[in-house]
Design a protein around this ligand. Structure first.
Ligand code: ADP
Ligand code: MG
Length: 677
């Protein structure tokens, strides 16, 4: 199984190179390189075939082959066959070598495109009879370079012929019989050459289960190791003080907030390190939960760090935390990219000496030369995608604080347990009472004037409005240009209102000023690029207008919409877009139909598939050969439960029946670590 592919007849150094680019190095790799689709080549009578349909027929060769060469290496080979009582002309392109193999009166199986009017099959290839007996489903592989399908198929045929019996079962008998799983070697074979659809389905189910089980075992094993390290700090604090803090809040916590808070506090007091994802829809009140956690951490004598994706958000969190902690002795510092060098140095010194209790900054916070005196808790807002990288950075710095990720992009459960299988997940599934769901409307772009009339009325009532300009991925300059122009249009259209402007090219000071002006209602309209996307909180804003809304993804639209609906008044979101595609239209409709972030993300996932859902590169999403996270959702759940039992009971390490699985897992992990470092 571990022999190099060159052990296979027909694979020389050249093919070896191409196969390497496909990630195929060993015989085992080749065996588990599965087709991405199959062509149905069941023999069918020509009388049933339609014009221009791809057909596979059986017939006898009725005429000598005629071969013609053209310019370059092009050639055409023609024969006639007698099939189903019809004399059919068969044309092969660029396969001159076939001439020798097509022998008068031989029986052949041929497939190609059928021209009913001329009784002709073109683009033909000849199939060996035994392949048809394999069920007629012909594998099609994703291949690279100048490798040809038929060549690659031959390689696979050779390895299955030569090595299939070396494939050993890896799953224990108990699981095999519980789920009635097909044997591994059988499944591998059928995935290449399915006998029929049922065999294929069974083979697929078995391999998907194996893959997902291995994956879950790996995740849970990591998690167990990390916990067993026992290197977390068990924190204790004055619970009365925390309760008093909660009582002093201007509102009561929702039941959901209380629930996640209790998860988090028990993590903090536990000797195991917290590694938790807190998801809650926009406006569900995650910040205050974070604040309470920081307070407990502070009372226990530890420093905290809050990391956010943008400077604006850092600013805002710093302000709201300062307010929440106003009467307490929590020393809060804010490290920003625009801080003066001297200021920065002072903050860093106070952080290292332990004078600063809570530091707030962008993601760069832990990456720079920042030293803590005793960091106990790191909370990251709206940036779950960087989870893995961040943990690695912390580890490299020798820091092992409790870690909480907060996200307002709800993750469908399937993805949460696959992408974050090594994390605990808490969910705030409830908005504070009294919030009215945001009304969402979708109109054509040329309705701007009508929208402005509506906007004007809202401002008349004392409310404020965001106008988001289109996302232009190719050019920030153009994006900024758009914002400037729209700002001018609005200023002219509503001269009696004050309109602010916000975009990425403004100086830090200018951005801060614009935000402060909007915050204090000195400006009523804020024209902005997506800089305001995450976290910004101005409860008096009730209208969100999104220009060219079809340029944004659903998650982003939901985020933007979440900037309104934060107070007691009815809020509106107006999408201006003329989407050209059906998908674009569907996205707009979905937005008008639901304000539930979980439902939205589920539908987004269904429309886009898991890879794109997260953005392929940052995702850290696992890649599977057979399993599909959406389709195999149930298998995933089953595998997850099984993995938990196998790890917790210790069976994986103690029982002989799990030995192959353990070995597979160990080599997989070793391989991965090699790649990471
Ligand atoms: P997000 O989860 O999007 O980060 P925030 O933490 O910014 O939400 O909270 C949104 C708003 O709701 C804030 O103004 C906050 O003060 C308020 N809020 C939070 N929790 C409650 C609650 N239990 N009752 C009423 N208002 C709340
Ligand atoms: Mg927030």
């Amino acid at each position: 199984m571990n022999q190099p592919v060159s052990a296979v007849a027909g694979i020389g150094p050249r093919n070896e190179e191409v196969l390497a680019t496909m990630g195929i190095y060993t015989v085992g790799d080749l065996l588990t390189y599965f087709p991405f689709r199959y062509e149905n080549h069941e023999i069918q009578p020509l009388s049933e075939a339609e014009h221009q349909q791809r057909v596979t027929v059986q017939g006898t060769i009725h005429s000598m082959p005629e071969l013609k060469f053209f310019k370059g290496k092009k050639s055409r080979l023609t024969i006639r066959i007698l099939a189903d009582g019809l004399l059919v002309k068969v044309v092969f392109f660029n396969q001159p070598y076939m001439k020798k193999q097509l022998i008068l009166n031989d029986t052949v199986i041929i497939s190609g495109t059928f021209d009913r009017h001329r009784l002709q099959i073109t683009g033909a290839i000849v199939k060996p009879v035994e392949k048809i007996e394999r069920g007629g489903l012909e594998p099609v592989y994703s291949i690279k370079g100048d490798l040809k399908q038929h060549q690659f198929r031959r390689f696979v045929e050779q390895v299955t012929d030569g090595f299939i019996h070396d494939i050993e079962e890896v799953l224990p008998e108990s699981l095999m019989s519980r789920y009635q799983l097909m044997e591994r070697k059988q499944a591998v074979y059928y995935l290449h050459f399915p006998k029929d659809e049922q065999a294929f389905n069974q083979a697929r189910r078995r391999m998907a289960y194996e893959e997902l089980l291995l994956f879950q075992l790996k995740m849970q094993w990591f998690r167990k190791n990390e916990r067993q390290a026992g290197d977390g700090q068990s924190k204790s604090w004055d619970a009365e003080a925390v309760n008093a803090f909660i009582k002093r809040l201007p509102f009561e916590l929702t039941t959901a907030q209380e629930q996640v808070l209790s998860d988090i506090l028990s993590d903090l007091s536990s000797i195991e390190r917290m590694n938790r994802l807190l998801q809650g829809d926009v406006g569900s009140g995650k910040t205050v939960v974070a604040a309470i956690a920081f307070y407990a951490n502070f009372l226990a004598g530890f420093q905290g760090a809050l990391m956010v994706p943008t400077e604006i958000l850092a600013e805002q969190h710093a302000a709201s935390l300062r307010e929440l902690f106003a009467e307490l002795k929590v020393n809060i510092a804010h490290l920003s990219g625009s801080s003066k060098v001297k200021e920065k140095r002072e903050v860093l010194e106070m952080l290292a000496s332990g004078e600063v209790d809570l530091i707030i900054g962008t993601h760069a916070l832990i990456q720079e030369g920042v030293n803590f005196s005793n960091l106990g808790l790191v909370i990251t807002d709206e940036q779950h995608r960087f989870g893995v990288a961040q943990r690695r950075t912390l580890k490299q710095k020798g820091l092992r604080p409790d870690v909480l990720f907060m996200t307002a992009t709800p993750i469908p459960r399937t993805l949460a347990i696959s992408a974050f299988g090594d994390m605990d997940v808490s969910t705030i599934d409830q908005l504070p009472a009294g919030r009215k769901p945001i009304k969402t409307h979708w109109g054509k772009r040329n309705m701007l004037q009508r929208v402005l009339a509506f906007v004007d009325k809202e401002i008349e009532k004392g409310h404020q409005v965001y106008v988001i300009t289109p996302l232009i991925e190719e050019s920030e300059a153009l994006e900024v240009q758009n914002a400037i122009e729209l700002h001018r249009t609005l200023t002219e259209a509503l001269p009696h209102r004050r309109c602010g402007l916000m975009h990425g090219r403004l100086q830090h000071q200018e951005k801060e000023q614009a935000m402060a002006d909007f915050q204090s209602n000195a400006i009523q309209l804020l024209v902005s690029t997506t800089v305001v996307e995450v976290g910004v909180n101005v409860p008096n804003a009730t209208v969100m207008v999104i220009y060219d809304a079809d340029r944004f993804g659903l998650a982003q639209l939901h985020q933007l919409r979440g900037r309104v609906g934060r107070g007691a008044d009815q809020s509106h979101c107006i999408l201006l877009a003329d989407p050209k595609t059906e998908v674009g239209k569907e996205r707009m409709s979905i937005m008008t139909e639901t304000t539930d972030g979980f439902e939205l993300s589920q539908r987004d996932l269904e429309m886009r598939g898991p890879g794109e859902f997260f953005g392929v590169r940052q995702s850290g999403m696992p890649k599977f050969k057979v399993a599909d996270l959406l389709e195999d959702y149930r298998i995933l759940e089953t595998a997850r439960n099984d993995a938990a039992k196998i790890i917790q009971s210790g069976a994986l390490f103690e029982h002989d029946s799990y030995r192959s699985l353990l070995m597979m897992l160990e080599s997989d992990i070793a391989f991965q670590e090699e790649k990471v470092d």
